[in-house]
Design a protein around this ligand. Structure first.
Ligand code: FCB
Length: 441
């Protein structure tokens, strides 16, 4: 095998990503806690990774020792503003301590302001179906950014608005478990207005800020490329899942399957594109699936699948996603805000990681402006409706004892971060089965 190192541009951000509800524990005042108590999830978040109890310190130590120079985490609206007229200064102080903790360890923070959870008082007032929520969110953002700006200038307004809207209001996996495309589009539109308002508010408070959101981007192919019906279903689904926010940010018009909507204030509201990529779907027409608008999504029969068949390891899809981002937003920096795989015994993660980093390296070689990569996730955490059945961490978590155990992938990722590159030796050591693919002889 040839010896080589694929280097990344100087200053590249190498980090991991977490989200408040998934790691903090005891987030009792939001819609997800309620959803869990009602029995809709596979187990409950409980103490999660006990970050609110202070275990963020040991996990940040792990990240720093492993050579990570960036970390993306989210703040919990329901803690900072537990009631409409109540601000919890202690909660803000805790987030300030976490941000200082990152800085002291040489880790650049990126803060997400909304990652799937809503305070109960917002939830009970119609959540994102209400036109008032964008204004409420803007207030919360102003308060929070003002309190945290000393330590952070890289902001992600809303994580995966498409997943929040479609999972909650179209496929019913997230609260409130609804099945109504029109409602889902209404939610996305309000999130878009909120994002635009937050974008402007943050720049007002902190002119040097870099602000964007995180898009769950799902590339898709037609199952049978000769079938016009498969092609049609692919394009409907592709547009419906991927394009609402991106189209509005380009043009001020939110495109949707139930009609287009003018949101002019959204145009141009991103300083970088946050790209979350996990896998690529294969789409076909299916007469037996009226509820899914006659589309069926699956993976190729020979796909390299994760524990629960949730993710197929398709690194080329990552390259295509980055290419799509560059073509859609020329000259806009791209930050990979999430990428990772559920894999409890770590048999697949090393190759998933190496192959995805390799594809990202190909992209940087065209001078495409990929600025950083955040791996999901630092430590196993509570995976929404799937609960504890999915293990995405570089470190394994024993939920009962809170004990962390390092997976081999953590060492591979540390080697990548420290080298600012991927070498043939790393691949030979951690995932020799893909050596020939990444470093062909
Ligand atoms: C993304 C979410 C993140 C995590 C990963 C696996 O869609 O943003 O919170 O659940 O999937």
């Amino acid at each position: 095998m040839p010896q080589a190192v694929f280097h990344f541009p100087r200053g590249f951000l190498w980090g991991t990503v977490t989200a408040s509800h998934q790691v903090e524990g005891n987030n009792t005042n939001n819609n997800w806690w309620k959803w869990e108590q009602e029995g809709h999830t596979n187990g409950t978040s409980g103490l999660a990774c006990d970050w609110w109890g202070g275990r963020w310190r040991e996990d940040f130590d792990r990240a720093a020792e492993a050579g990570q120079n960036a970390h993306r985490f989210s703040v919990e609206w329901s803690r900072i503003q537990p009631a409409p007229n109540q601000w919890d200064e202690d909660a803000l102080e805790k987030y300030r301590a976490m941000l200082r903790g990152l800085r002291e360890r040489g880790i650049l923070p990126m803060v997400t302001l909304h990652h799937f959870t809503d305070p109960l008082w917002v939830w009970e007032h119609g959540a994102w179906e209400s036109a008032e929520t964008a204004g409420l969110f803007e207030k919360f953002v102003r308060k929070t950014v003002d309190a945290l700006k000393e330590y952070c200038s890289l902001w992600c307004t809303i994580n995966e608005p498409n997943v929040y809207a479609l999972s909650g209001y179209a496929n019913g996996a997230f609260p409130p478990g609804a099945h109504n495309i029109k409602r889902a589009v209404g939610v996305e539109a309000n999130m878009l207005r909120a994002h635009a308002a937050a974008y402007r508010a943050i720049h007002q408070i902190q002119p040097e800020a870099r602000v964007g959101y995180a898009l769950h981007y799902r590339p898709m192919v037609a199952k049978n490329k000769w079938s016009p019906l498969d092609a049609l279903m692919r394009s409907l689904r592709y547009e419906g899942i991927n394009m609402a926010f991106p189209s509005a940010i380009s043009t001020g018009v939110l495109k949707s399957p139930v009609g287009n909507l003018s949101v002019p204030e959204a145009k141009g509201t991103q300083d970088y594109l946050g790209l979350n990529y996990y896998s690529l779907d294969r789409i076909s027409f299916h007469l037996g699936k009226p509820k899914d608008l006659f589309t069926h999504s699956d993976f190729h029969e020979d796909a390299d699948l994760s524990d629960n068949n949730f993710i197929a390891n398709i690194p080329e899809g990552f390259y295509e996603s980055i290419k799509w981002a560059v073509r859609t937003y020329p000259n806009t920096p791209i930050i990979v805000t999430e990428n990772g795989v559920e894999d409890s015994d770590d048999h697949m993660r090393p190759r998933y990681l190496a192959q995805h980093v390799h594809q990202m390296w190909r992209a940087t070689n065209f001078n495409w402006p990929v600025k950083g990569y955040f791996h999901w996730s630092l430590v196993d955490n509570f995976e929404w409706e799937r609960g504890w059945t999915q293990r995405f961490g570089l470190w394994e978590l024993d939920v009962e004892t809170q004990k962390r155990t390092k997976r081999p992938s953590a060492d591979l990722y540390a080697a990548i971060c420290k080298e600012n590159g991927l070498s043939s030796d790393m691949v030979a050591k951690y995932c020799p089965e893909v050596s020939e693919k990444i470093f062909p002889s």
